[in-house]
Design a protein around this ligand. Structure first.
Ligand SMILES: [Zn+2]
Length: 561
């Protein structure tokens, strides 16, 4: 097929960018290739869901699904794939192909089914509330009507009916009247038009199956084994290990930009740290090809983390202390990647004789992922240990939890969710937060508004907390601690090492995303600027002029041709 002549290439970011929780999650980038003949190819990299404060943005897609030609998912975290199923339930649905690595497809399948289940449960809860409120409003109308009924009622014999029992009290009338006034209800049909119905879930498990079953698996490329996947005659791409979570990829586009001239655009996706004890899926890799534009994440563009060893030693000491003074240690964790790391560290510690006790995993989601890590993790750098881990910890669930926790010996329970926003950890908090013989370790960053944050706030940790659906507040008597030494992202030092390996062409653009704009992203931009002065004499490291290091705004569309 004859190649079309490219007139322009532009880029737009719908999420995974910005300055607040609202747009920082929901990673979604659109690469648009426009041709001289008026046609175009529109490719979406990641379709993440907004989390926390940005959740209200989820129900509507920022583009017409039927106008998109291809979607590539870099990895299975919800902020990168959480809206993928919506492509297929739009009025004008998507007709192109979805691409991902084999493991990302597996992880996304599990993660999205979990989302669909949460949405369905949430919807049922809201629907029950709605139905109940509708009944309350109907009852209020009856109360008002009965109270206001005029005329003297007479019984069958024509005598005045003095029975006032049927008439509602003035108090009940006032309450009913107030409710109707607040809701703006004057007629019966207002009840159905003025009260907001609960929103339907943004997708169902059927939509998840449609999206995932149709996803095309793409092999990873290596320096000596390139694997190009064609989207159209002008645009192909290859996947490169991003070292972040199982299946995570960076995406390299190869675009036929002129006679015998290829342009290469590289999207980092989320990049996994280099300085951790195990890399179950290897380290991030970059292609040995000339790059015209790199879109890179800067989650920790402003931070240099303390070496892993320092944090790990503190963790180790705390586990030992808990094992000698307490009955149980409960560790809420992200189900993907983090839970497997924690299990690995605990098993290793126990093997070294640092403590005695049983280790349990209490999380259906983390159980699926752990299985996946054990089946597919690469050997080397500790992975052998992780693979044989099945024999060294036990799984528990809602049916076996009670029995296990009643045992007297010291035990460690790894559970989820990591920030205590739902999942089995809620049961543990309810039962043990007020127990002085229990320790809770929270691992990593805790978002504002989560129970994890309330309990571990550096300035003022809460000593009295409320759990959802529990009517009374709970006093925090258990020991609560937070650790920061495990991270799924590269810090500034790792990002710089990764960047140095890229072969940027003169005049290349660097686009910085996926970090808090004013702190981490701009800090990394300034960092690059300073390195330009230091490294100007070094061959092979290209740092563009400051006007070519871009920190775009959300939804902004700009040419990168
Ligand atoms: Zn991620």
């Amino acid at each position: 097929m004859l190649k079309r002549i490219i007139e322009n290439i532009s880029l737009q970011h719908f999420g995974g960018i910005g300055n607040d929780d609202q747009s920082l999650t929901g990673s979604c980038h659109n690469l648009i290739v426009e041709y001289m003949d008026g046609t175009e190819t529109s490719i979406i990299v990641d379709m993440g869901a907004f989390q926390g404060l940005g959740q209200d943005l989820n129900p509507s897609l920022p583009f017409d699904a039927d106008k998109i030609h291809a979607v590539i998912i870099t990895h299975g975290h919800i902020d990168h794939c959480g809206r993928l199923p919506m492509l297929f339930n739009q009025k004008k649905p998507f007709h192109g192909d979805v691409y991902a690595s084999e493991l990302t497809k597996k992880v996304a399948h599990t993660a999205l089914l979990d989302s669909a289940k949460i949405f369905a449960t949430e919807y049922e809860k809201e629907k029950r509330k709605y139905d109940k409120f509708i009944e309350e409003c109907k009852e209020a109308r009856r109360t008002v009507a009965n109270y206001e009924a005029t005329g003297v009622k007479r019984d069958a014999g024509g005598n005045r009916n003095e029975n006032h029992d049927a008439r509602p009290s003035k108090e009940a009338y006032d309450v009913a009247k107030k409710l109707l006034r607040e809701q703006g209800i004057t007629r019966e049909q207002d009840i159905y038009t003025k009260i907001q119905k609960p929103l339907l879930p943004i997708f169902t498990s059927d939509d998840v199956e449609t999206a995932v079953q149709g996803t095309i698996e793409v092999e990873f490329s290596e320096e000596k084994k390139l694997h190009w996947q064609e989207i159209c005659p002008e645009v192909s791409f290859s996947l490169w290990n991003a070292g972040h979570v199982a299946g995570s990829a960076s995406v390299l586009f190869r675009i036929a930009a002129g006679k015998a001239k290829m342009k290469y655009y590289f999207f980092s996706g989320d990049l996994g740290p280099a300085r951790t004890p195990i890399h179950p899926f290897g380290l991030a890799e970059v292609p040995n090809l000339p790059i015209d534009m790199v879109v890179m994440e800067t989650t920790y563009g402003d931070k240099v983390r303390t070496e892993f060893d320092v944090g790990y030693r503190e963790f180790e000491e705390s586990v030992i202390k808990a094992s000698t003074t307490r009955d149980r240690l409960i560790i809420p964790s992200f189900a993907l990647d983090r839970a497997q790391m924690i299990l690995f560290l605990l098993v290793k510690m126990r093997k070294e004789g640092k403590f005695q006790g049983k280790i349990f995993l209490d999380s259906p989601l983390a159980t699926v992922y752990t299985d996946l890590y054990q089946q597919h993790g690469v050997l080397g750098s500790g992975m052998d240990e992780l693979k044989s881990m099945a024999k060294t910890f036990s799984l528990i669930d809602a049916t076996t939890r009670e029995g296990v926790l009643a045992e007297e010996d010291f035990k460690i329970i790894v559970t989820s969710s990591g920030m205590a926003t739902g999942g089995p950890i809620m049961t543990h908090l309810l039962k043990y937060l007020a127990d002085i013989r229990t320790t809770f370790f929270f691992m990593g960053y805790m978002a504002e508004g989560t129970l994890g944050r309330d309990l571990t706030d550096e300035i003022k940790p809460k000593k009295l907390v409320r759990l959802p659906d529990v009517e009374y507040p709970i006093e925090v008597l258990a020991r609560v601690k937070r650790f920061n030494f495990l991270s799924g992202h590269m810090d500034q030092k790792d990002l710089w090492e990764w960047y140095k390996k890229l072969h940027l062409r003169p005049g290349a653009r660097v686009v910085l995303v996926h970090g808090e704009r004013d702190s981490s992203t701009l800090a990394f931009k300034h960092f690059l600027g300073r390195r330009k002065i230091d490294y100007v004499a070094h061959k092979g490291i290209t740092i563009p002029e400051v006007d070519k290091i871009l920190v775009p705004d959300v939804n902004q569309i700009y040419s990168v041709f």
